[in-house]
Design a protein around this ligand. Structure first.
Ligand code: UDP
Length: 250
C-alpha cells in the first residue's frame, strides 16, 4: 500500500492515529534523533514559498495529516488517507503513552506562564508522567546555547516544541542531531490549549471540518493566515487538473 502522498510538494504520511503513535514509540525505542511534523493546509501553503521549510518537511521522519484540508487533498489526489491526526490529539495520546511507559518529556515553547500551566495540566491528566523540564519560547538568542545544553543534559525521550510554524520545524531541524533526543515534534498552539488560554473547537465543529473557522473566531488576528486555505484548495484542484490533462495527452 502507498505509504506517503505528495501534496503540493510536501510528502505526508498516510497514517492513522494509532499508526503514528506506534511509529513514534518505535523511534523512542530506537533512540536516534527523529523529527515529526504535523502538516495542515496552512503549513503546506507556507512551504510553497518557503523552500527551506518544504525541504525540512521532506526530510522529516513522520509527517502526520493534521487538518481537514490535508486529509481532503490527500484523498482528492488519490490516496486512502484514513483519518485526521491532529497535533493536539497526537500530543495527548503520546503523553498518555509516556506516562504508562515511563518516557520522559521536555516542553519547549509558548509563554512562560503557559508552558508551566501546560505541564501542570499534563501531570493532572496523566498521573505518573515525567516532565523533566520546561522552557518558554520567548528566549533571546544569547540564552539559546544554555537552553540547548539543558535539554541535551536532561536527555528526554520526547521533546515537544511549540514555537509556531515554521520556527519550530526549523529549530528542531537545526538542533536535533546535537540534542540527541529520540523524538522531537513541532506542536504549534498545543500548550495554549492545554493551559486553557486557547479553546479548541467543539467536537461537532471539528467533525464538519470547521475547526479553522472556530480558530478564526477565537483569534481574529489569524485572518491573513486563514486566507491561505482557499488558496490551498484552488492549488490542489489545479494540480489534479494538470495531471488529468497530462494523462489525456499521453
Ligand atoms: N511562540 C513561541 N515563541 C515564538 C513564537 C511563538 O513560543 O517566538 C508560541 C506561541 O506563544 C504559541 C505557539 O508558539 O504558543 C504557536 O501557536 P500557533 O497556534 O500560532 O501555532 P501554529 O498555528 O503556528 O502551529
Amino acid at each position: 500500500m502507498q505509504s506517503k502522498i505528495t501534496i503540493l510538494d510536501v510528502n505526508v504520511d498516510i497514517v492513522t492515529m494509532n499508526n503514528a503513535i506506534e511509529r513514534i514509540e518505535s523511534f523512542i525505542l530506537a533512540g536516534h534523533s527523529r523529527f515529526i511534523a504535523t502538516a495542515n493546509a496552512e503549513m503546506v501553503m507556507l512551504a510553497q514559498t518557503d523552500n527551506e521549510l518544504r525541504d525540512i518537511l521532506n526530510t522529516a521522519d513522520l509527517v502526520v495529516p493534521d487538518g481537514a484540508g490535508v486529509v481532503w487533498a490527500g484523498r482528492y489526489l488519490g490516496a486512502e488517507v484514513p483519518e485526521r491526526v491532529a497535533g493536539y490529539d497526537l500530543t495527548q495520546k503520546l503523553l498518555e503513552r509516556a506516562a504508562r511507559s515511563g518516557y520522559t518529556v521536555f516542553l519547549l515553547g509558548a509563554g512562560p506562564g503557559i508552558v508551566n500551566k501546560a505541564k501542570n495540566e499534563a501531570e493532572r491528566k496523566f498521573p505518573g508522567i515525567q516532565i523533566v523540564g520546561t522552557q518558554d519560547g520567548f528566549f533571546s538568542p544569547m540564552d539559546e546555547p544554555k537552553i540547548i545544553e539543558a535539554i541535551r543534559s536532561l536527555q528526554p525521550d520526547i521533546l515537544l516544541v511549540a514555537l509556531g510554524v515554521p520556527k519550530q520545524e526549523k529549530w528542531i531541524y537545526l538542533n536535533k542531531n546535537y540534542l540527541k533526543v529520540p523524538v522531537s515534534i513541532g506542536v504549534g498552539g498545543t500548550f495554549d490549549v492545554m493551559a486553557g488560554t486557547v479553546r479548541r473547537a467543539p467536537l461537532w465543529m471539528q467533525k464538519i471540518h470547521l475547526e479553522w473557522f472556530f480558530r478564526f473566531l477565537m483569534q481574529p488576528s489569524r485572518f491573513m493566515r486563514i486566507l491561505r486555505l482557499p488558496q490551498f484548495v484552488i492549488k490542489v484542484l489545479a494540480v489534479k487538473k494538470v495531471r488529468q490533462n497530462n494523462r489525456d495527452i499521453l
